[in-house]
Ligand binder design. Structure first.
Ligand code: ATP
Length: 274
């Protein structure tokens, strides 16, 4: 469990990115931080592995205050995946994946064997192991980024807009892969995005943020949709428009759902019980 208590961050130039942030991130689930540009998502994420230190407040991982853990050590036990994958251009795929385990002292042979397994895990053909990042597609590079994030078998995986730079089709594929991986691995995933559709798809818990990392609402996607806490949230999640605002229409004795644009979205059926 990760817990933020009264966390505040003011940068040296006086910008307050995070005002008074309180949140519990449960273990073995995906929590998505979502909000528009500049609301403080990345700053929050980076506080977890101390790439950014809080100005005040307490941040604990499983009851341990991160300020008491050496930043380098912390970073080597937490997976971090970022937009544009952040791969080292002059290292091969296998060396990129093995980077942190090697820094942690794992012998090269073992680190490489594990890297190959991780390529299987993230759906990358092993024949790509000796390629350089520039010889991969954007989607493949992101897979290498995820494999690298998993390389130290972290309990916590931080993902900062990891699928932001790929086209919509590849993005949808990577999202499904992450859902599959998460079903298998059950990591504590903290995922940052500005895309509410992505947040609702991936998040067990979704945290909608406004400027200064003020929480507009948090909860499971269905809770947020059922009861948006404010006009801001209703508008942000599109609760009253487009494909999320569904109306029931009777057609030939059956009930179909029509979205706010008049497009048929589906048919209302009884919930299936297992
Ligand atoms: N090192 C820094 N020095 C000064 N201000 C910063 C620094 N890093 C971030 N900020 C500011 O803090 C605020 C929050 O930035 P942050 O990157 O956390 O937002 P974000 O929600 O992740 O945005 P985006 O979606 O655009 O990446 C912004 O106003 C930003 O300009």
């Amino acid at each position: 469990m990760i817990e933020f208590r009264h966390i505040r961050k003011t940068f040296d130039d006086g910008t307050t990115a995070v005002e008074d942030f309180n949140l519990v991130i449960p273990s073995h689930q995906t929590t998505v931080l979502v909000g528009s540009s500049g609301c403080g998502k990345t700053t929050l994420l980076r506080m977890i592995n101390r790439m950014v230190d809080a100005s005040s407040g307490d941040l604990e991982i499983d009851g341990e205050n991160v300020s008491r853990i050496e930043a380098v050590k912390l970073r080597r036990r937490i997976g971090y995946v970022m937009q544009n994958s952040g791969l080292l251009p002059h290292r091969t795929v296998i060396d990129n994946i093995a980077t942190v385990p090697r820094l942690n002292g794992v012998p090269k042979k073992d680190a490489h064997a594990r890297a190959l397994e991780l390529m299987d895990t993230v759906g990358l053909d092993r024949s790509m192991a000796q390629r350089y990042p520039s010889q991969l597609s954007g989607g493949q590079q992101q897979r290498v980024g995820v494999a690298r994030g998993l390389a130290v078998d972290p309990n916590i995986l931080l993902m900062d807009e990891p699928f932001g730079a790929v086209d919509p089709i590849v993005r949808a594929e990577l999202q499904q892969e992450l859902l599959r991986l998460q079903r298998e691995l059950g990591k504590t995933v903290v995922f940052v995005t500005h895309d509410i559709d992505e947040a609702f798809l991936l998040g067990d818990q979704v945290v909608i943020l406004e400027k200064g990392a003020r929480i507009a609402q948090q909860g499971a996607p269905e809770q947020i949709l059922a009861n948006p806490a404010s006009d801001f949230v209703a508008s942000f999640v599109g609760a009253e428009r487009g494909k999320r605002a569904l109306m029931v229409r009777e057609v030939d004795g059956a009930r179909v759902l029509v979205d706010a644009d008049g497009t048929v979205a589906g048919r209302l059926v009884e919930e299936r019980t297992a």
